[in-house]
Design a binder for this molecule. Structure first.
Ligand code: ADP
Length: 270
């Protein structure tokens, strides 16, 4: 199917171009995304940050084909999501995107191994034993494969979820607050693993997070405010991320002001 052919020319694993999305209609309508454009570069770890309600989850859901948009265009690779029907979108979500959730979302009756290979089984794809071994080794779960989720710590469960997301070598893995339920040691393990997946396996990862320390593991942080992309940092340090968030919070609070007017805001995003 031509829509499933990956294009490696553009260097973009996913993109949103001029995307607008509102919830509700008329006087109660809320504009969650306001003409936003963002490219997710292949083989990069991108973090999405911004104050609560700035549109992070909506952007991620729209990029992943989990939600529809009102205007603009979303692509995964060169595939335009707007041109896919329900079946095409389901195929795309099954084969070309991976997900890691805050709550792990493992099936309690299945072993770690069965959870890891479940998406491939559903897609009727074969498990590559070498790749399975590589992924299991990378997450350090070789001696836990027969355990059920209830027999694993939170950190181990999230490592199962990471391995599950990697198994199909998706165009993009979307991680929604992946460390939100973990202690700091387990969070560090997960973030190191995500960064390693990008470096060693050339995996593309998009992560929504509130945590400046988590975002500092990313290659790039994009900041949203009121459904717009207002700033970006490359190779961010945690304190730079915190400073940017503080400025965004203060501009989000003062009605009518635009973040672009903030002192020290640099349009080039440097
Ligand atoms: P964030 O993830 O940054 O907290 P969201 O993407 O969840 O932001 O929300 C963006 C805006 O859209 C917010 O104003 C939120 O209240 C609104 N919103 C999100 N989901 C819905 C929904 N299902 N129905 C109505 N409004 C929604």
């Amino acid at each position: 199917m031509t829509t499933l052919i990956q294009n490696t020319v553009t260097g973009h694993a996913a993109s949103a171009t001029g995307v607008t999305k509102a919830y509700g209609t008329g006087a109660t309508a809320v504009t969650a995304l306001d003409d936003i454009s963002v490219d997710i570069r292949r083989g990069e770890f991108t973090a999405i940050m911004g104050p609560s309600g700035s549109g992070k989850s909506t952007l991620m859901h729209c990029l992943a084909g989990l939600d529809t948009i009102d205007a603009g265009e979303i692509r995964i690779g060169e595939t335009r999501l707007g041109e896919l029907g329900d079946k095409g979108l389901a195929d795309l979500r099954r084969n070309r995107v991976g997900f890691i959730f805050q709550q792990f979302n493992l099936l309690p009756t299945l072993s770690a191994e069965e959870n890891i290979t479940l998406p491939l089984a559903i897609a009727k794809r074969k498990v590559d034993p070498d790749w399975f071994a590589t992924v299991v080794d990378a997450v350090g779960l070789a001696d836990r494969l027969t355990h059920r989720p209830s027999e694993l710590s939170g950190g181990q469960q999230q490592r199962v979820a990471c391995a599950r997301a990697l198994m199909s070598k998706p165009d993009v893995i979307f991680a929604d607050e992946p460390t939100g339920n973990l202690d700091s040691r387990s969070s560090t393990e997960i973030l190191r693993f995500l960064r390693r997946s990008v470096r060693e396996f050339n995996q593309t990862i998009v992560m929504v997070t509130h945590d400046a320390n988590a975002a500092a593991y990313a290659d790039r942080v994009v900041f949203l405010l009121d459904g717009r992309l207002v700033h970006e940092l490359r190779d961010p340090a945690a304190d730079e991320v915190l400073d940017t968030l503080k400025r965004l919070d203060s501009y989000g609070d003062s009605s009518g002001d635009s973040y672009a007017d903030a002192p020290g805001h640099d349009e080039s995003g440097q």
